[in-house]
Design a protein around this ligand. Structure first.
Ligand SMILES: *Cc1c(COP(=O)(O)O)cnc(C)c1O
Length: 361
């Protein structure tokens, strides 16, 4: 079958082996005569699948004891509000590192709940730069420190992680979870929407230390309280069964391809192919992002003018390359090259970029 070269920002490419297996198992899951998505989430089949999925996460992300894992609804966006609802007390404040459009949205929601201190603000530089991790400290009395590991829209990422000592560090890793090994114990909480590196849309992975979960705001409705989900093993209510099933298959695929270390090597190689095409174009292409903070997942680049950008996206589409238009808020072009995007697809894009620059430069 002829599959398009998929550079969508999210929902994004899935490994074709995973799609194949889902379709083979869709009608009758493992010969049971019933589909996984028709089954009770309290039944044996789902229970086995669910715990295999969580175990796979623990393995590929090297998650130590003392952390709970579960999936929530509401996308990563719900977490922008849930984090401060749980951990930002009315008389306190939280530190936010505003590095792009996604952390900005988190700031906006947190400000509705309590007091936010912007300890870094990339906005004046149009989010082209990032803080140096070793210069980040928690401000006095902060309830937590919040960051977004990879800004999907601007294409900048944290290269290393701050050490916030005893102040909980909370991270939105929606667009680069599992693209590199992580020192999980630096973080008290990590969340990630599934639809970029983990699977289809429909769930948000939560990794939270038991210590932080215990500090959840007890006055919140059950669903909004992390501690409730943690003590119910993530099964307070019906989870997103299909998404969890697909995510499990993606995790097995990640394991077969070298785990988090393997994904990091792939990401470095793939992103270098496109950044090299940019850097060797004699200025035809340029990346707004400062070189040392360039994302390995979302490669954002511009052409000499908007007309050429339009033409680039249209010609790429004729060659079955889809999803290359930049986010509407920043314009330009963006190639999202998440884990499942094959190296060959990225190679084709880099070759097309060179050809386009020759024809129009
Ligand atoms: C996509 C994205 C989100 C939003 O995810 P939803 O699941 O659509 O709410 C949040 N943060 C980052 C970094 C993202 O890339």
């Amino acid at each position: 079958m002829n599959r398009k070269l998929n550079f969508n920002a999210g929902p994004a490419a899935l490994p074709s082996e995973v799609l194949q297996e889902l379709s083979e198992q869709m009608v009758s899951y493992q010969g049971e005569g019933i589909s996984m998505i028709e089954n009770s989430h309290r039944g044996k089949s789902f229970d086995v699948l669910y715990h295999e999925t969580l175990d796979l996460f623990r393995e590929v992300l090297n998650i130590p004891e003392g952390y709970s894992l579960f999936f929530l609804g509401g996308g990563a966006t719900l977490q922008f509000g849930m984090v401060p609802m749980n951990f930002l007390p009315p008389e306190g404040h939280a530190d936010y590192l505003r590095t792009g459009a996604w952390s900005d949205k988190a700031v906006e929601d947190a400000e509705k709940i309590g007091s936010v201190k912007l300890t870094f603000d990339g906005k004046p530089e149009r989010y082209t730069t990032m803080p140096e991790a070793d210069q980040v400290t928690a401000s006095r009395g902060a309830s937590y420190v919040y960051l977004c590991s990879n800004e999907t829209i601007e294409g900048v990422r944290w290269v290393s992680w701050p050490d916030t000592g005893s102040v909980p560090l909370i991270a939105d890793m929606s667009s680069d979870i599992l693209s590199r090994p992580l020192p999980i114990d630096r973080f008290s909480m990590i969340f990630a929407g599934t639809q970029k590196n983990l699977g289809p849309a429909g769930a948000t992975l939560i990794i939270i230390s038991d210590e932080l979960a215990a500090q959840s705001n007890k006055d919140l409705p059950a669903y909004l309280n992390y501690q409730v989900h943690s003590t119910k093993d993530g099964l307070l209510n019906t989870p997103s069964v299909f998404t969890i099933w697909a995510t499990k298959l993606v995790l097995q695929w990640v394991k077969r391809h070298g785990g988090a270390e393997g994904m990091e090597k792939r990401a470095e190689k793939k992103s270098a192919m496109i950044y090299d095409a940019v850097d060797e174009s004699g200025g035809f292409y340029r990346c707004p992002a400062q070189a040392e903070y360039r994302s390995t997942m979302n490669v954002v680049f511009r052409l000499p003018d908007e007309q050429l950008e339009k033409q680039f996206v249209a010609e790429a589409q004729q060659r079955d390359m889809v999803g290359l238009k930049g986010h509407r808020s920043v314009g330009g072009c963006r190639a999202s090259i998440y884990n499942a995007v094959p190296e060959e697809a990225v190679g084709s894009l880099a070759a097309f970029m060179k050809e386009f620059a020759r024809n129009h430069g």
